[in-house]
Design a protein around this ligand. Structure first.
Ligand code: DAH
Length: 345
C-alpha cells in the first residue's frame, strides 16, 4: 500500500508539472483528488486494514493528500500568473507611440474679435448685453429719432420680416445694434454702462466690402454728469488697447439722428501709418466708429430725464477691424467657410 501511495504521489506530481491550462488542471484534480480517485479509494478502504497497517497507511495517505492539494494550489496560482503576464504582453501599450490627434475647433475670427472688444470694455466697467435680431421698427428706428420718411432709413437698406402685429406694427431684421441701446434706455435704471455686440442685417448685394449679415457692437453710458470728455476718454482708451499705444486717433463731427452732437472716430491708417495710401483713400485716416452724446429726445422717450442724466453712445462695425489688422481685402472670406482661410486665426 505504502509503495502504491509513493508511486501515486510521484506520478501525480510529474503530471501536474506538465499541465499548462486551467481545464487540464481541473481534470487532474478529479483524477487524483476526486471522489473516485485512487487516493480517495485507499482512504475509504482504511477501515478494513489491520490496525498497525491502518495507522501507517492512513498517516501517509493523508500526507500524500495534503501534499497533492498544496501542489494543486501552487500550480493553479502559477498558471493564473502566467496567463496574466501573457495577456499583459499581448495588450502591451507602447507609451512612446505618438497619440492620435483629435481635431480641435477654434473660434471664428469675428467671434475672437468680439471677445477681445468685450474684454476691453468689461475691464472698464461695462456690462455685456444682447438684444433680439428680429426687431420692432420702433426700437430700430422710431425710438432713435428716425421716424417713417426719415432719410436715415434709406442709408440702412432694411430687410423686413413677413410678420406684423394685429394693428399693423411691422418687424424687421435689425440694421444696427443701436436698437439694443433703445431697449436698454427703456428698461435699465441709470447708471448704465453697457456694450451690445451682435449680428445686424442690411439688404445689400455682396461684394468685397459688403455682406448682407455682419456684426456691430454698440456702447451706451448713462449717468449724472456724463460729458463729451467721458466719450473721448473711453474711446481713446479703447483705441489704445485694441490698436496699440502709438496709433493716433482723432474725432470729427458727424451726424446720426440719435446723438447730438455726433462724431466719427478715425485712427491712423494701419497700412501707411498716416502718409496716405489706397486703403485710406490718401487721407492717412481710417474711420472706425460713430459716436455722440445721446439725443435728449431719445433718453426722454425711454423714460430717462435728460435734465438729470446725460449719456454718450458709440457703435462700430466688427468685420473691418480684423480686415485692417491682417490686411484682408474681401469681407466675404469670413463667411465662405473655407477652412484654409479660417485656420489662420
Ligand atoms: N448705428 C450707427 C450705424 O450703424 C453707428 C452709430 C453711430 C452708433 C453713433 C451709435 C452712435 O451708438 O452713437 O451706422
Amino acid at each position: 500500500m505504502l509503495q502504491q501511495l509513493e508511486e501515486l504521489k510521484l506520478k501525480a506530481f510529474q503530471e501536474l508539472e506538465g499541465i499548462n491550462d486551467v481545464k487540464e488542471l481541473e481534470s487532474w484534480r478529479v483524477r487524483y483528488l476526486g471522489r473516485k480517485s485512487h487516493l480517495t479509494n485507499i482512504l475509504r478502504r482504511l477501515a478494513a486494514l489491520p490496525l498497525g497497517e491502518r495507522k501507517a497507511v492512513g498517516a501517509y495517505a493523508n500526507e500524500v493528500k495534503v501534499y497533492l492539494e498544496d501542489s494543486l494550489k501552487q500550480r493553479g496560482e502559477a498558471l493564473r500568473e502566467a496567463q496574466l503576464a501573457a495577456s499583459a504582453e499581448k495588450e502591451h501599450i507602447d507609451i512612446t507611440l505618438p497619440g492620435r490627434h483629435l481635431p480641435i475647433g477654434r473660434l471664428h475670427p469675428i467671434t475672437q474679435t468680439l471677445h477681445e472688444i468685450c474684454d476691453i470694455f468689461s475691464s472698464m466697467g461695462f456690462q455685456v448685453v444682447e438684444g433680439p435680431e428680429v426687431e420692432w421698427d420702433y426700437y430700430n428706428f422710431e425710438a432713435l429719432n428716425i421716424p417713417k420718411e426719415h432719410p436715415a432709413r434709406d442709408t440702412m437698406s432694411t430687410s423686413w420680416v413677413d410678420f406684423q402685429t394685429e394693428n399693423g406694427v411691422p418687424m424687421l431684421l435689425r440694421t444696427h445694434t443701436t436698437s439694443v441701446s433703445a431697449r436698454i434706455i427703456e428698461s435699465m435704471p441709470p447708471p448704465i454702462r453697457v456694450v451690445e455686440p451682435g449680428k445686424v442685417y442690411r439688404y445689400e448685394a455682396s461684394d468685397a466690402t459688403h455682406v448682407p449679415m455682419f456684426h456691430q457692437i454698440d456702447g451706451l453710458v448713462v449717468d449724472r454728469g456724463i460729458t463729451m470728455a467721458d466719450l473721448k476718454g473711453t474711446l481713446y482708451e479703447f483705441s489704445r488697447r485694441f490698436f496699440g499705444e502709438d496709433r493716433k486717433a482723432r474725432f470729427r463731427c458727424d451726424y446720426f439722428p440719435f446723438v447730438e452732437p455726433g462724431v466719427e472716430m478715425a485712427i491712423e491708417c494701419l497700412v501707411c501709418g498716416g502718409k496716405g495710401c489706397r486703403l485710406c483713400g490718401n487721407t492717412g485716416w481710417i474711420e472706425i466708429l460713430g459716436a455722440g452724446m445721446t439725443h435728449s429726445q431719445v433718453l426722454q422717450r425711454g423714460g430717462i430725464d435728460p435734465d438729470i442724466y446725460t449719456s454718450f453712445a458709440f457703435g462700430m462695425g466688427i468685420e473691418r477691424l480684423p480686415m485692417l489688422r491682417y490686411g484682408i481685402d474681401d469681407v466675404r472670406l469670413f463667411y465662405g467657410s473655407d477652412l484654409r482661410f479660417l485656420r489662420q486665426f
